[in-house]
Design a protein around this ligand. Sequence first.
Ligand code: ATP
Ligand code: MG
Length: 407
Amino acid sequence: MLLKYNTARLQLPKRRDDRYIPLRLVYRGCENAVKIGYKIGHRTPWMQPHYFNPSAYSVEKGKVILVVAGKGIGKTNLMRNIIQAYYRTTKNPIVAFQEKRGDLDFNRSPSLNQIREAGIERIRLAPPDGCASPQRYLVPLKESESREEIELKIPLAELDYSTIAEYFGKRMSSTVAGLVLERVWQSRDNHITIQDLVDAVENELYRFQDDPYFNTMVLHVKRFIELLRMDQLLEVNKAKTVHGYIHPEQINIVDLSDLGDIDIKRFVVAQMLKMVERAYKRQECFIGITESHIYAPETGEFEAKREIIRLVTVLARSYGWTVFLETQSPDALERIVVENADEIYVLGYVQRSKLTRLVRTASVKFEGFIDIFYKVVDNIPKGMGVYGSAVDPMNPYVVRIQLSPVG
Ligand SMILES: Nc1ncnc2c1ncn2[C@@H]1O[C@H](COP(=O)(O)OP(=O)(O)OP(=O)(O)O)[C@@H](O)[C@H]1O
Ligand SMILES: [Mg+2]
């Protein structure tokens, strides 16, 4: 009887303990390195923790991270891992583009069962001072009335004439009216709001009064201004800046899931990248892009692609930005982007034909390593794959990415 009572008393607190997993509040920029999984090298056949550690990145070290994986293998999970790690180790602006609604949510953690099974820590990201949440959603063409979301409208003042001409179609820019508009656009003060633009254009057009095509020019310009005014994506009436949208300390999630048209998506991505660059050039930033082969494909020539090339060649190199690119089709990705990837993850099984170009162009020597990996490991679990870094190109690793503790 006594024995029974004793064991019961001993067991009770133990069971409670088991159920209780402490929740740790994580402030921004307080840690050195964050564990995001495990790795095994061929020199060291035991598992070592795999860290994300931006402070270890010097200018020539890894900044452009490319992730290649099939559908549902864990690309976005790796992005969540890296964003939360970046949030915890730095105080730089973070901008991520999400393709699927609900992909990123840094107020969400895995279920207790998952946490226990995967053996990950249970954390909550502390919001920056004065904010209620560590993240904000920016939604172009917003329909829902959710208070958490901010409607994203590109401010007229932040637009370049080349971008707007591409967005409206090239025809405009080849006419004389286009040249007039281009000249007016050169001064930023001329296009803070649509009224400023109308005034500036009137002043400029005045000089062409005697031109035989004056009336056609006026018509063209009128149509252009009408297009600007009607466009739901642009903010033309109020003087807005990038700081009204991008918060320097929150995780800014640009939600592209409602945009059906691929050209509009590209326009938003290109314009956001330009705006962020202008505002935060001297500061390191984090940019995360999903489905990057849509924005930087091998074929085609448009603003979004030029911006991404600039991101990986100039901003990551010279200004220390961290760029995270995710793709299912590495064979369709622009070569310059692949060449400039400093860290490459190939998760799960990816067909040889899709990897051929990557293996040939990447700065990491994956030749042979991937084939051996596929031969040795069958039933590759989610989040497992190979990882190589340009810092140590001859030594790829086998990695197992953990389930992200938040995101
Ligand atoms: N490392 C991991 N450990 C355990 N489960 C994982 C891991 N990575 C991903 N998963 C599980 O797989 C699911 C899909 O992952 P994720 O959304 O990251 O895939 P994806 O590659 O982004 O897919 P898609 O191509 O559809 O965007 C997640 O819901 C998660 O539960
Ligand atoms: Mg995904």
